[in-house]
Design a protein around this ligand. Structure first.
Ligand code: 5GP
Ligand code: ZN
Length: 123
């Protein structure tokens, strides 16, 4: 997509602080972080929203979801389980969809937001 900012980031036309790249996905730091750690996991393929996904995107969505905890761990905000409900760390994963969902960039992305609280706006 010619005028899509995340397509331009995925193709390297616009720089980003990259934390991951493979054949399907790129992940980079959000330019306006809501918390100490805030990265976006973005498919290289242009898909506007989660609502545009179909059965054929299942594997891609699964890959995005599985990357989130790995990146959180790598960036120091992973969830440390203790076998009960007294674990520590952790992060939020978020897809915004459409105007009422607060979506600003119409290229699918998964927010991974974490780090010690308080966070900006307590999102
Ligand atoms: P949305 O509201 O669409 O779910 O989130 C879009 C996110 O993309 C926002 O958190 C915003 O800060 C981030 N963003 C917008 N433009 C850029 C950019 O050019 N570079 C980076 N790294 N993040 C961006
Ligand atoms: Zn795009």
């Amino acid at each position: 997509m010619d005028n899509c900012i995340f397509c331009k980031i995925a193709s390297g036309q616009i720089p980003s602080k990259k934390v991951h790249e493979d054949e399907d996905l790129i992940a980079f730091h959000d330019i306006n972080p809501a918390a100490p750690v805030h990265v976006l996991i973005v498919p290289k393929q242009h898909i506007p929203t989660l609502a545009d996904c179909t059965e054929q995107h299942s594997a891609l969505l699964g890959k995005m979801m599985l990357l989130a905890p790995r990146l959180a761990q790598q960036l120091g905000c992973g969830y440390e389980a203790d076998g009960g409900d007294n674990g520590s760390g952790g992060f939020k994963t978020l897809f915004n969809t459409g105007p009422d969902g607060g979506q600003e960039v119409y290229h699918l992305h998964l927010h991974v937001i974490g780090g010690p609280r308080p966070w900006r706006g307590q999102r």
